[in-house]
Design a protein around this ligand. Structure first.
Ligand code: ADP
Ligand code: MG
Length: 261
């Protein structure tokens, strides 16, 4: 069985692409067969993996209309991507005029799902036809959020749009977890907002990802953090003051691996 996980937040710069690529590569390194679908016009999934942006979504829209084939690119052993670029924008316009548009990604996935254990969908920071299609296709939703004073609002918006999609379509993802990103233990705001998130969403709040300069640097080299700086704080976490190390993508990856069937 293939487990489909959408990574979404309508705010930009919350760590969606970083979380998708980092977890996707970890799962592949742990011998799961992984596909990342990039639905953002920026095409940063390919860039982060050292590949060219390509019209993967546009071609998939054409395939949905009965023309041509799906474009899937091998990125690493066990990790493929369905890439995106600026042609995703006209692709979305075509899709918006089609019947069953909210089933677009589910259809793409059912065509190729047999090849993968996990499919991660990196969403754009907007609520558009692809966002709806991703939340309809996915079994689970991950919401990366910054720890600033608008964080809870942003998470609540994503949860509301998910509720609406489930109400209208009768199907849709369930919330797997919220990934607090850019944790800065030096700032009060980070700590206060993390506590507020936990108060509101309880166990759905996953281990936080610390601010990590290596994570910012590695896309420029086309390397994932596992290749560039695998012992850095965003991977292994930071001390929490009680002598315990908490957070980091390694812990989050373990939680994700538990839901893969
Ligand atoms: N934990 C982190 N620490 C430092 N920089 C980060 C961290 N997570 C992401 N970044 C950087 O922040 C920027 C935005 O992250 P990105 O994953 O592209 O967000 P989104 O996809 O939500 O727009 C990128 O330059 C990325 O490299
Ligand atoms: Mg992104």
């Amino acid at each position: 069985m293939t487990t489909v996980i959408a990574v979404a937040n309508q705010k930009g710069g919350t760590g969606k692409t970083t979380t998708t690529v980092t977890l996707g590569h970890r799962l592949a390194l742990d011998k799961h067969r992984v596909l990342i679908i990039d639905t953002d016009v920026q095409g940063h999934v390919a860039v982060a993996l050292g590949l060219e942006k390509q019209p993967g979504i546009y071609q998939a829209v054409q395939w949905f209309q009965g023309v041509g084939n799906l474009l899937v690119v091998s990125a690493r052993p066990g990790l493929d991507i369905l890439p995106s670029d600026k042609s995703t924008e006209p692709g979305k316009r075509i899709l918006a005029g089609m019947d069953f548009r909210e089933r677009f990604l589910a259809a793409v996935i059912s065509e190729i799902a047999g090849k993968y254990d996990a499919i991660l969908i990196d969403c754009a920071p907007s609520v558009d036809v692809l966002h709806v299609s991703a939340l309809v296709a996915a079994k689970y939703l991950l919401i990366p959020t910054k720890l600033d004073h608008l964080a809870i609002d942003g998470v609540a918006e994503v949860v509301n749009s998910l509720t609406e999609i489930r109400r209208k379509s009768g199907i849709g993802a369930s919330l797997l977890g919220i990934v607090p990103t850019f944790l800065d233990r030096q700032t009060n705001e980070s700590i206060v907002q993390l506590q507020a998130l936990v108060q509101q969403f309880g166990k759905l709040v996953l281990p936080p990802v610390p601010v990590d300069v290596h994570l910012r640097e590695c896309p420029a080299f086309g390397k994932t953090i596992w290749e560039y700086a695998p012992t850095s704080r965003s991977i292994v976490g930071v001390a929490n003051g009680n002598g315990k190390t908490v957070g980091g993508y390694l812990q989050i990856a373990k939680i994700i691996e538990e839901v893969l069937q």
